[in-house]
Design a protein around this ligand. Structure first.
Ligand code: AMP
Length: 586
C-alpha cells in the first residue's frame, strides 16, 4: 500500500475536529487496506511503530532530523533552521523545503507504508556505535523519496507529534464501522454529521465486543487485524502474562454517602495506600513489574520481585497492587516522593532498595493460572488474592479490607486508614468487573484533601537574572478524553527549588525537558508532552486565555509523577466537575 494513501487520511483527520467525521474517514480508509497490512497501518495512524504496551518508542531529537532533511534536500541546515523558526513546525518545514527542492524533478521511487514502517522501526531499535548517523540516514532515505506532504508526516511521526486528534474511542468505533458495518445497519450522514442506527442494541453489542478485545490486547493494531476475521477473530485474543494491560481507574467521591451511592451496599472498603501502582505478571517462573503507564520496572525493584516469588502462589498470574514506601526505622509509611525516585533509577539499585523499602499491597487479580478473571465479580477476585498471597510483615499482603453497609462502621474504617498514614480509602462494588483503562463506577476513591491535578508540561520559558540558564516557568496542559488533544490550563513556576537537595530543582527540570524540545520561540520552548507533574492550586477559574477554557489560580508544583503517562493526566471532565463543585461550595 502506498504511503500517500495514509497521508491522505492524516490530512482528512487533521482537517476536522468532529469525532463522528474522524470515525468515518478512518473507517472508510481501513476498508481499503489489505488485511496483511492492517496492523502496520493501524500503528502508523496513531503515529506509532510499536503497540501501546511496548515500551520502545520512536524518539529522535528534532536537531538530528534537521540533518536528515539536509541530506535529503541538499539545503543548508542553517537555512532549514530559518524556515523552522518561521513555521514553528518541523514537519511543515520539511514539506516546504522538500517541495522547493523537488519542484521540477521526478521522484525516485514511490514510498510504501511498509518501507516507512520498516525504516522508522529500524531507527528506533538500532543501538551501539555510529547509531546516531545510522538513524539520521534511515530518515534521510525516506525523505529522499518523499513527496512534500509525505515528508511532513514522516517528520511528525519521528517527533511523536502527529496531532491528528484520534482518541481511543474514535479508534474503537472506526474499527467497528469498518469491519462490522455491514452487520449492524447504520448510516453516517456527513453533511449533517449525524449517525442513524437501526438497531441500537445490536450496534452497541459490536462496539462492546471490539472494546472488550481492546481491553484484553491493549493494542489497536492487533484488534483491527483480528476484526478482519469477524467476531470469531476477536475471540482469539487473550490476556498474556508479560504483556501489560491498562489498569482500571477509579472515580472520585465527595463523601461517604456519595461513595455508597455509586458503588452500592454493601461495599468493600480498602486502605488507599500512597505509593505507586504496580501490575505484576508471572509466567514460566519469570516475573515482570509494570507501572501504571505500563513501563517495565522489573529491574528497579528486585526486592519486590523476591516478595512475589516467595509469597504469591501460582504458575502464572497478573495481579494489581500498590507499592507503598515506609521508613525502616519507624515502620511508618513515607511520602511518595521518596520511593518514586526508584522508578527511573538505573544504578545503585540495591542501595536504593535498602534506603527506600516498599511494602506491596495487593488489591486485585485479573488472570490466574491460565484463566482470564476480568469478567469475574470483584468479590471473587478478592478471594483469590487472599488465597494466593501469603502476608509477610512490611513485605507483601492483601490490601486491608472491610466489607460493610453501615456508614458509621465505614467512617471509622476511613479514620483508621488516615491515622495509619494512608491517603484515604477505596470503596469498591463487590460485583464489579475489572475494566482496563477505564474510570467506571465499580470503585471510587475517597480522600480528605482538595484534589491536586496531574498535568503534562507542553512548554516552558527561560527565567530572568540568576535563573536565566534555567527553564523557570512551565506551561501545563490537561487532556480532552474524546480527542486526546492536550489543552493548556496554566503556567507553573512556584514550588520548584533552586537547589536539587531540597526537592525537584529548576536545573533538573531543565535537563529533563531539553531533549524534548520541538520548537523554540525566543525565550519560550515547546516540548514533546511527556513529563507529568502534580500541581496544587487555589482555585479553578473560567478563562478564555487557555485552550481548556479554564485557568488555575496560583498553581504550585507538588511533585514529579514518573509513574504517569500523558494518557493518565487529569481530563477536561474532571476539571469541569471540580469547577462545579467549587461553585456549589461558594
Ligand atoms: P488516584 O491516583 O488518586 O487516582 O487513586 C487511585 C490509585 O490509588 C490507584 O491507581 C492505585 O495506584 C492507588 N491505590 C492505593 N490503594 C489502593 C487500593 N486498595 N485499591 C486500588 N487502588 C489503590
Amino acid at each position: 500500500m502506498k504511503y500517500l494513501a495514509l497521508v491522505g487520511v492524516y490530512e482528512q483527520l487533521e482537517g476536522t475536529t468532529k469525532r463522528l467525521e474522524k470515525t468515518f474517514y478512518l473507517s472508510e480508509f481501513l476498508k481499503t487496506v489489505p488485511p496483511e497490512e492492517i496492523d502496520t497501518v493501524m500503528l502508523l495512524v496513531q503515529g506509532r511503530v510499536f503497540p501501546d504496551w511496548d515500551e520502545r518508542k520512536i524518539g529522535m531529537a528534532a536537531r538530528l532530523l534537521l540533518k536528515s532533511i539536509n541530506i535529503a534536500s541538499g539545503v543548508d541546515t542553517a537555512e532549514i533552521e530559518k524556515e523552522w523558526k518561521k513555521t514553528g513546525d518541523l514537519g511543515q518545514t520539511a514539506e516546504n523545503i522538500i517541495g522547493k527542492k523537488k519542484q521540477a524533478t521526478l521522484f525516485t521511487s514511490e514510498l510504501t507504508v511498509a518501507k516507512v514502517f520498516a525504516n522508522l522501526q529500524k531507527q528506533a531499535i538500532i543501538e551501539g556505535t555510529g547509531t546516531v548517523n545510522k538513524k539520521v540516514k534511515l530518515i534521510a532515505e525516506l525523505l529522499t523519496s518523499a513527496k512534500p506532504k509525505e515528508a511532513k508526516y514522516i517528520i511528525r511521526t519521528v517527533l511523536e507529534y502527529l496531532r491528528v486528534g484520534l482518541g481511543a474511542g474514535t479508534m474503537r468505533d472506526a474499527i467497528t464501522w469498518a469491519f462490522f458495518g455491514k452487520d449492524m445497519e447504520f448510516k453516517y450522514d456527513q453533511a449533517e454529521n449525524k449517525l442513524e442506527v437501526q438497531d441500537r442494541e445490536k450496534y452497541n453489542s459490536y462496539i462492546d465486543a471490539v472494546q472488550e478485545a481492546i481491553d484484553i490486547a491493549n493494542d489497536f493494531a492487533i484488534v483491527a487485524k483480528k476484526a478482519t476475521k469477524g467476531l470469531q477473530g476477536l475471540k482469539e485474543l487473550s490476556l498474556e502474562p508479560g504483556k501489560p494491560v491498562k489498569v482500571m481507574l477509579y472515580q472520585k467521591a465527595k463523601n461517604l454517602s456519595e461513595a455508597f451511592e455509586t458503588v452500592g451496599k454493601p461495599a468493600a472498603f480498602e486502605y488507599k495506600y500512597d505509593g505507586f501502582r504496580l501490575q505484576i505478571h508471572k509466567k514460566n517462573k519469570k516475573i515482570w513489574l509494570f507501572t501504571r503507564r505500563l513501563d517495565d520496572v522489573t529491574k528497579q525493584f528486585p526486592d519486590v520481585v523476591k516478595f512475589v516469588e516467595e509469597n504469591v502462589a501460582g504458575d502464572s498470574f497478573i495481579i494489581d497492587s500498590e507499592a507503598a514506601g515506609y521508613d525502616s526505622s519507624t515502620a511508618k509509611y513515607t511520602a511518595f516522593q521518596n520511593i518514586s525516585q526508584r522508578i527511573r533509577r538505573k544504578y545503585d539499585i540495591a542501595t536504593m532498595a535498602k534506603k527506600f523499602p516498599v511494602e506491596l499491597d495487593v488489591f486485585d487479580v485479573i488472570y490466574y493460572n491460565g484463566e482470564n478473571l476480568i469478567k469475574k465479580p470483584f468479590s471473587e477476585r478478592r478471594k483469590i488474592v487472599e488465597h494466593i498471597v501469603t502476608p509477610v510483615e512490611l513485605k507483601i499482603k492483601p490490601a486491608v479490607q472491610l466489607i460493610t453497609e453501615d456508614e458509621t462502621t465505614a467512617e471509622a474504617f476511613y479514620q483508621k486508614s488516615l491515622e495509619a498514614g494512608n491517603e484515604g480509602v477505596m470503596v469498591k462494588n463487590l460485583g464489579g468487573v475489572y475494566k482496563p483503562g477505564s474510570r467506571v463506577g465499580y470503585g471510587v476513591k475517597l480522600k480528605p484533601t482538595m484534589d491536586t491535578l496531574e498535568v503534562v508540561i507542553v512548554g516552558a520559558e527561560y527565567g530572568e537574572g540568576k535563573r536565566s540558564a534555567w527553564l523557570a516557568s512551565f506551561i501545563v496542559a490537561i487532556r480532552d478524553p474524546d480527542t486526546d488533544e492536550l489543552l493548556e490550563i496554566g503556567r507553573v513556576g512556584t514550588g520548584i527549588k533552586e537547589k536539587a537537595e531540597e526537592g525537584v530543582s529548576f536545573g533538573q527540570l531543565t535537563e529533563m525537558l531539553k531533549p524534548l524540545i520541538i520548537k523554540e520561540e525566543g525565550k519560550i520552548v515547546w516540548v514533546k508532552p511527556s513529563i507529568v507533574i502534580e500541581v496544587d492550586y487555589e482555585e479553578i477559574q473560567a478563562s478564555p486565555t487557555y485552550k481548556s477554557g479554564y485557568a488555575l489560580r496560583f498553581p504550585r508544583f507538588v511533585k514529579l509523577r514518573e509513574d504517569r503517562g500523558v494518557g493518565e493526566i487529569s481530563t477536561l471532565e474532571e476539571i469541569e466537575m471540580l469547577y462545579d463543585m467549587q461553585r456549589g461550595r461558594g
